[in-house]
Design a protein around this ligand. Structure first.
Ligand code: T46
Length: 329
Protein backbone atom coordinates (compact mmCIF):
# COMPACT_ATOMS: atom_id res chain seq x y z
CA UNK A 1 0.00 0.00 0.00
CA UNK A 2 1.57 3.33 -0.99
CA UNK A 3 0.49 5.06 2.22
CA UNK A 4 2.55 6.50 5.04
CA UNK A 5 1.99 8.90 7.94
CA UNK A 6 4.71 11.53 8.22
CA UNK A 7 5.34 13.34 11.51
CA UNK A 8 6.73 16.75 10.65
CA UNK A 9 8.87 18.88 12.94
CA UNK A 10 7.09 21.02 15.52
CA UNK A 11 9.20 24.02 16.43
CA UNK A 12 7.71 25.57 19.51
CA UNK A 13 8.60 28.57 21.60
CA UNK A 14 6.66 30.92 23.84
CA UNK A 15 4.94 32.44 20.76
CA UNK A 16 3.48 29.12 19.60
CA UNK A 17 4.43 26.40 17.14
CA UNK A 18 5.77 26.32 13.60
CA UNK A 19 5.85 23.26 11.34
CA UNK A 20 8.11 23.46 8.25
CA UNK A 21 7.77 21.03 5.32
CA UNK A 22 10.51 20.90 2.71
CA UNK A 23 9.93 19.27 -0.68
CA UNK A 24 11.94 16.11 -1.39
CA UNK A 25 13.31 16.29 2.14
CA UNK A 26 10.40 15.89 4.52
CA UNK A 27 8.15 14.45 1.80
CA UNK A 28 9.06 12.23 -1.16
CA UNK A 29 8.32 14.65 -4.03
CA UNK A 30 8.65 18.21 -5.30
CA UNK A 31 5.47 20.21 -4.62
CA UNK A 32 3.77 21.56 -7.74
CA UNK A 33 0.38 22.43 -6.23
CA UNK A 34 -1.25 23.17 -2.90
CA UNK A 35 -5.01 23.17 -2.33
CA UNK A 36 -7.19 23.05 0.72
CA UNK A 37 -10.77 22.29 1.68
CA UNK A 38 -12.75 24.06 4.35
CA UNK A 39 -16.37 24.85 5.21
CA UNK A 40 -17.19 21.22 4.45
CA UNK A 41 -20.88 20.66 5.13
CA UNK A 42 -22.05 18.09 7.66
CA UNK A 43 -21.95 14.48 6.44
CA UNK A 44 -20.29 15.48 3.18
CA UNK A 45 -17.99 12.87 1.69
CA UNK A 46 -15.26 13.87 -0.73
CA UNK A 47 -12.80 11.99 -2.86
CA UNK A 48 -14.16 8.71 -4.28
CA UNK A 49 -11.33 8.39 -6.75
CA UNK A 50 -7.72 7.26 -7.18
CA UNK A 51 -4.85 8.82 -9.13
CA UNK A 52 -2.70 7.23 -11.80
CA UNK A 53 0.51 9.14 -11.09
CA UNK A 54 -0.18 11.92 -8.57
CA UNK A 55 1.40 11.70 -5.12
CA UNK A 56 -0.09 13.75 -2.32
CA UNK A 57 0.27 14.60 1.36
CA UNK A 58 -2.95 15.37 3.25
CA UNK A 59 -2.64 17.49 6.39
CA UNK A 60 -5.60 18.47 8.53
CA UNK A 61 -4.29 21.85 9.66
CA UNK A 62 -7.43 22.56 11.65
CA UNK A 63 -10.13 20.30 13.10
CA UNK A 64 -10.28 16.70 11.97
CA UNK A 65 -11.48 14.34 9.27
CA UNK A 66 -11.21 10.68 8.35
CA UNK A 67 -9.70 9.18 5.22
CA UNK A 68 -10.59 5.75 3.94
CA UNK A 69 -7.86 4.22 1.80
CA UNK A 70 -8.45 1.23 -0.40
CA UNK A 71 -5.79 -0.47 -2.52
CA UNK A 72 -8.29 -2.90 -4.00
CA UNK A 73 -7.40 -5.59 -1.45
CA UNK A 74 -7.45 -3.89 1.91
CA UNK A 75 -9.28 -0.89 3.37
CA UNK A 76 -7.67 1.31 6.05
CA UNK A 77 -9.22 4.25 7.89
CA UNK A 78 -6.96 7.01 9.13
CA UNK A 79 -8.08 9.92 11.29
CA UNK A 80 -6.28 13.18 10.61
CA UNK A 81 -6.37 15.59 13.53
CA UNK A 82 -2.75 16.55 14.15
CA UNK A 83 -1.41 19.63 12.40
CA UNK A 84 2.10 18.22 12.19
CA UNK A 85 1.01 14.93 10.67
CA UNK A 86 0.79 14.31 6.92
CA UNK A 87 -0.80 11.34 5.19
CA UNK A 88 1.13 10.34 2.08
CA UNK A 89 -1.00 8.77 -0.64
CA UNK A 90 0.73 7.37 -3.71
CA UNK A 91 -0.58 6.18 -7.04
CA UNK A 92 -3.51 3.79 -7.49
CA UNK A 93 -4.99 4.25 -4.05
CA UNK A 94 -8.75 4.83 -3.75
CA UNK A 95 -9.55 7.54 -1.16
CA UNK A 96 -12.71 8.78 0.53
CA UNK A 97 -12.71 11.67 3.01
CA UNK A 98 -15.55 12.04 5.51
CA UNK A 99 -16.47 12.95 9.10
CA UNK A 100 -15.12 16.45 8.63
CA UNK A 101 -15.43 18.51 11.80
CA UNK A 102 -17.14 21.87 11.28
CA UNK A 103 -13.81 23.68 11.57
CA UNK A 104 -11.79 21.22 9.46
CA UNK A 105 -9.24 22.61 7.03
CA UNK A 106 -7.70 19.84 4.96
CA UNK A 107 -4.60 21.00 3.12
CA UNK A 108 -3.12 18.90 0.31
CA UNK A 109 0.42 19.11 -1.09
CA UNK A 110 0.47 17.59 -4.58
CA UNK A 111 3.32 16.39 -6.80
CA UNK A 112 1.73 17.79 -9.96
CA UNK A 113 -0.65 20.34 -11.42
CA UNK A 114 -4.37 19.62 -11.60
CA UNK A 115 -5.06 17.16 -14.41
CA UNK A 116 -8.48 15.55 -14.71
CA UNK A 117 -7.03 12.77 -16.92
CA UNK A 118 -4.99 11.54 -13.94
CA UNK A 119 -8.19 10.71 -11.98
CA UNK A 120 -9.85 7.30 -11.87
CA UNK A 121 -13.33 8.19 -10.66
CA UNK A 122 -15.06 4.84 -11.24
CA UNK A 123 -14.42 2.15 -8.63
CA UNK A 124 -14.99 -0.77 -11.04
CA UNK A 125 -12.50 0.72 -13.50
CA UNK A 126 -10.06 1.25 -10.60
CA UNK A 127 -10.24 -2.47 -9.71
CA UNK A 128 -9.77 -3.48 -13.35
CA UNK A 129 -6.71 -1.25 -13.72
CA UNK A 130 -5.22 -2.71 -10.53
CA UNK A 131 -5.73 -6.23 -11.83
CA UNK A 132 -4.04 -5.33 -15.14
CA UNK A 133 -1.15 -3.61 -13.34
CA UNK A 134 -0.55 -6.68 -11.18
CA UNK A 135 -0.18 -8.77 -14.31
CA UNK A 136 2.25 -6.21 -15.69
CA UNK A 137 5.95 -5.86 -15.02
CA UNK A 138 5.44 -2.99 -12.54
CA UNK A 139 7.74 -3.47 -9.51
CA UNK A 140 10.40 -6.16 -9.90
CA UNK A 141 11.59 -7.81 -6.70
CA UNK A 142 14.23 -10.49 -7.09
CA UNK A 143 13.16 -13.68 -5.31
CA UNK A 144 16.30 -13.44 -3.15
CA UNK A 145 15.57 -9.88 -1.95
CA UNK A 146 13.75 -9.15 1.33
CA UNK A 147 11.36 -6.27 0.72
CA UNK A 148 9.16 -5.45 3.71
CA UNK A 149 7.94 -2.08 2.40
CA UNK A 150 5.03 -1.77 0.02
CA UNK A 151 5.85 1.88 -0.66
CA UNK A 152 7.70 1.04 -3.85
CA UNK A 153 6.91 2.98 -7.04
CA UNK A 154 6.12 1.31 -10.36
CA UNK A 155 8.91 -0.02 -12.57
CA UNK A 156 11.40 -0.03 -9.70
CA UNK A 157 13.75 -3.02 -9.62
CA UNK A 158 15.16 -4.45 -6.38
CA UNK A 159 17.86 -7.04 -6.96
CA UNK A 160 19.16 -10.05 -4.99
CA UNK A 161 20.38 -9.91 -1.38
CA UNK A 162 18.85 -6.47 -0.83
CA UNK A 163 16.82 -5.76 2.29
CA UNK A 164 14.27 -2.92 2.39
CA UNK A 165 12.62 -2.27 5.78
CA UNK A 166 8.87 -1.79 6.08
CA UNK A 167 8.64 2.01 6.37
CA UNK A 168 11.08 2.95 3.61
CA UNK A 169 9.59 4.85 0.66
CA UNK A 170 11.11 4.23 -2.78
CA UNK A 171 9.88 6.08 -5.88
CA UNK A 172 9.30 4.98 -9.46
CA UNK A 173 11.77 3.55 -11.93
CA UNK A 174 14.62 3.10 -9.44
CA UNK A 175 17.34 0.47 -9.68
CA UNK A 176 18.34 -0.91 -6.28
CA UNK A 177 21.25 -3.23 -7.02
CA UNK A 178 22.43 -6.42 -5.26
CA UNK A 179 23.60 -6.29 -1.64
CA UNK A 180 21.93 -3.08 -0.52
CA UNK A 181 20.17 -2.25 2.73
CA UNK A 182 17.50 0.43 3.14
CA UNK A 183 16.36 1.32 6.66
CA UNK A 184 12.95 2.67 7.77
CA UNK A 185 13.28 6.46 7.88
CA UNK A 186 14.50 6.66 4.32
CA UNK A 187 12.89 8.38 1.34
CA UNK A 188 14.18 7.69 -2.15
CA UNK A 189 12.69 9.63 -5.09
CA UNK A 190 12.10 8.54 -8.71
CA UNK A 191 14.76 7.33 -11.21
CA UNK A 192 17.37 6.77 -8.50
CA UNK A 193 20.24 4.30 -8.98
CA UNK A 194 21.70 2.67 -5.86
CA UNK A 195 24.68 0.51 -6.80
CA UNK A 196 25.78 -2.60 -4.92
CA UNK A 197 27.12 -2.46 -1.40
CA UNK A 198 25.27 0.70 -0.35
CA UNK A 199 23.56 0.86 3.05
CA UNK A 200 21.07 3.68 3.46
CA UNK A 201 20.39 4.37 7.12
CA UNK A 202 17.57 6.17 8.97
CA UNK A 203 17.64 9.90 8.21
CA UNK A 204 18.95 9.70 4.65
CA UNK A 205 16.67 11.40 2.07
CA UNK A 206 17.45 11.01 -1.62
CA UNK A 207 15.74 13.08 -4.35
CA UNK A 208 14.89 12.18 -7.93
CA UNK A 209 17.55 11.17 -10.48
CA UNK A 210 20.32 10.66 -7.93
CA UNK A 211 23.17 8.19 -8.61
CA UNK A 212 24.83 6.45 -5.64
CA UNK A 213 28.00 4.62 -6.66
CA UNK A 214 29.07 1.19 -5.36
CA UNK A 215 29.99 0.97 -1.68
CA UNK A 216 29.26 4.65 -1.03
CA UNK A 217 28.87 5.05 2.73
CA UNK A 218 26.29 7.05 4.64
CA UNK A 219 26.36 7.69 8.38
CA UNK A 220 23.67 9.09 10.68
CA UNK A 221 25.33 9.62 14.04
CA UNK A 222 28.49 11.70 14.54
CA UNK A 223 29.26 10.27 17.99
CA UNK A 224 28.00 6.71 17.94
CA UNK A 225 28.14 4.52 21.02
CA UNK A 226 27.01 0.94 21.12
CA UNK A 227 23.40 0.59 22.33
CA UNK A 228 22.95 4.35 22.77
CA UNK A 229 20.46 5.91 20.39
CA UNK A 230 19.91 9.62 19.74
CA UNK A 231 16.32 10.88 19.86
CA UNK A 232 16.54 11.47 16.14
CA UNK A 233 19.32 10.49 13.75
CA UNK A 234 21.05 13.24 11.79
CA UNK A 235 19.55 13.92 8.36
CA UNK A 236 21.60 13.60 5.21
CA UNK A 237 19.97 15.06 2.10
CA UNK A 238 21.00 14.20 -1.45
CA UNK A 239 19.33 16.66 -3.78
CA UNK A 240 17.95 16.21 -7.30
CA UNK A 241 20.36 14.76 -9.86
CA UNK A 242 23.45 14.59 -7.59
CA UNK A 243 25.99 11.77 -8.06
CA UNK A 244 28.06 10.12 -5.33
CA UNK A 245 31.18 8.27 -6.52
CA UNK A 246 32.20 4.74 -5.53
CA UNK A 247 33.41 4.38 -1.94
CA UNK A 248 32.70 8.02 -1.07
CA UNK A 249 31.68 8.69 2.54
CA UNK A 250 29.04 11.26 3.39
CA UNK A 251 29.43 12.34 7.01
CA UNK A 252 26.07 12.54 8.83
CA UNK A 253 24.02 15.72 8.71
CA UNK A 254 25.30 17.12 5.40
CA UNK A 255 23.41 18.06 2.24
CA UNK A 256 24.67 17.34 -1.25
CA UNK A 257 23.34 20.04 -3.61
CA UNK A 258 21.50 19.60 -6.90
CA UNK A 259 23.58 17.96 -9.65
CA UNK A 260 26.69 18.09 -7.46
CA UNK A 261 29.31 15.40 -8.09
CA UNK A 262 31.25 13.71 -5.30
CA UNK A 263 34.35 11.90 -6.56
CA UNK A 264 35.22 8.28 -5.82
CA UNK A 265 36.58 7.80 -2.30
CA UNK A 266 35.88 11.41 -1.25
CA UNK A 267 34.96 12.11 2.36
CA UNK A 268 32.30 14.81 2.52
CA UNK A 269 32.43 16.76 5.77
CA UNK A 270 30.33 19.83 4.88
CA UNK A 271 27.27 20.91 2.88
CA UNK A 272 27.96 20.84 -0.85
CA UNK A 273 26.54 23.62 -3.07
CA UNK A 274 24.50 22.85 -6.22
CA UNK A 275 26.38 22.11 -9.48
CA UNK A 276 29.81 21.73 -7.85
CA UNK A 277 32.41 18.92 -7.92
CA UNK A 278 34.31 17.75 -4.85
CA UNK A 279 37.13 15.20 -4.52
CA UNK A 280 39.51 13.99 -1.82
CA UNK A 281 39.62 13.51 1.94
CA UNK A 282 38.34 15.83 3.24
CA UNK A 283 36.54 16.62 -0.02
CA UNK A 284 37.65 19.86 -1.68
CA UNK A 285 35.95 22.01 -4.31
CA UNK A 286 37.25 21.16 -7.80
CA UNK A 287 34.97 23.09 -10.15
CA UNK A 288 31.47 23.46 -11.50
CA UNK A 289 29.50 20.79 -13.28
CA UNK A 290 26.51 20.79 -15.62
CA UNK A 291 23.46 18.58 -15.05
CA UNK A 292 24.70 16.55 -18.06
CA UNK A 293 27.89 15.62 -16.13
CA UNK A 294 30.33 17.80 -18.12
CA UNK A 295 32.65 20.19 -16.25
CA UNK A 296 31.74 23.83 -16.92
CA UNK A 297 34.25 26.12 -18.61
CA UNK A 298 35.49 29.26 -16.88
CA UNK A 299 32.65 31.32 -18.41
CA UNK A 300 30.13 28.82 -16.92
CA UNK A 301 29.44 27.44 -20.40
CA UNK A 302 28.88 23.70 -20.77
CA UNK A 303 31.10 22.37 -23.57
CA UNK A 304 28.55 19.66 -24.33
CA UNK A 305 25.24 21.52 -23.96
CA UNK A 306 26.78 24.74 -25.38
CA UNK A 307 24.69 26.88 -23.06
CA UNK A 308 25.73 29.35 -20.44
CA UNK A 309 24.87 27.80 -17.13
CA UNK A 310 22.08 29.30 -14.95
CA UNK A 311 24.29 29.14 -11.82
CA UNK A 312 26.42 31.98 -13.25
CA UNK A 313 24.02 34.57 -11.85
CA UNK A 314 23.85 32.89 -8.44
CA UNK A 315 27.56 32.52 -7.89
CA UNK A 316 29.06 35.58 -9.53
CA UNK A 317 31.82 35.37 -12.11
CA UNK A 318 34.63 36.49 -9.80
CA UNK A 319 34.00 34.20 -6.93
CA UNK A 320 37.06 32.10 -6.19
CA UNK A 321 37.53 28.65 -4.76
CA UNK A 322 38.17 29.90 -1.22
CA UNK A 323 34.84 31.64 -1.28
CA UNK A 324 33.06 28.46 -2.40
CA UNK A 325 34.83 26.48 0.33
CA UNK A 326 33.82 29.09 2.87
CA UNK A 327 30.16 28.95 1.78
CA UNK A 328 30.14 25.15 2.01
CA UNK A 329 29.73 25.11 5.77
C1 T46 B 1 -7.71 14.22 -3.95
C2 T46 B 1 -8.49 14.61 -2.74
C3 T46 B 1 -7.71 14.41 -1.48
C4 T46 B 1 -9.44 22.12 -9.56
O1 T46 B 1 -9.85 22.85 -10.47
N1 T46 B 1 -8.13 22.19 -9.18
C5 T46 B 1 -7.62 21.40 -8.21
O2 T46 B 1 -6.41 21.51 -7.92
C6 T46 B 1 -8.48 20.48 -7.56
C7 T46 B 1 -7.96 19.58 -6.47
C8 T46 B 1 -9.80 20.42 -7.94
N2 T46 B 1 -10.27 21.23 -8.92
C9 T46 B 1 -11.71 21.19 -9.25
C10 T46 B 1 -12.17 19.88 -9.85
C11 T46 B 1 -13.59 19.77 -9.39
O3 T46 B 1 -14.44 20.46 -10.30
O4 T46 B 1 -12.44 21.35 -8.05
C12 T46 B 1 -13.60 20.54 -8.08
C13 T46 B 1 -13.63 19.63 -6.86
O5 T46 B 1 -12.63 18.60 -6.99
P1 T46 B 1 -12.86 17.11 -6.52
O6 T46 B 1 -14.27 16.76 -6.63
O7 T46 B 1 -11.90 16.25 -7.24
O8 T46 B 1 -12.45 17.24 -4.97
P2 T46 B 1 -12.30 16.07 -3.91
O9 T46 B 1 -12.33 16.69 -2.58
O10 T46 B 1 -13.23 14.97 -4.17
O11 T46 B 1 -10.81 15.50 -4.18
C14 T46 B 1 -9.67 16.32 -3.96
C15 T46 B 1 -8.70 16.20 -5.12
O12 T46 B 1 -9.38 16.48 -6.36
C16 T46 B 1 -8.07 14.83 -5.24
O13 T46 B 1 -6.94 14.88 -6.09
O14 T46 B 1 -6.91 13.31 -3.88
O15 T46 B 1 -9.00 15.92 -2.79
Amino acid sequence: MEVKLFNFKEIGDKRGTLTPIEASKDIPFEIRRVYYMYGTVENARRGYHAHKALKQILICINGSCKVLLDDGKEKTIIELSKRHQGLYIGEYMWREMYDFSKDAVLMVLASDYYDETDYIRDYEIFLTILKDNCQNIDVFIHPKAIVESSNIGSKTKIWAYSHVLSKAVIGKNCNICDHTFIENDVIIGDNVTVKSGVYIWDGVKISNNVFIGPNATFTNDSRPRSKQYPEKFKETIIKEGASIGANATIVAGNTIGKYALIGAGAVVTKNIPDYTMWYGNPAKFKGYICSCGEQLESDFRCPRCKVEHPIKGDIGENENICEIERKAQ
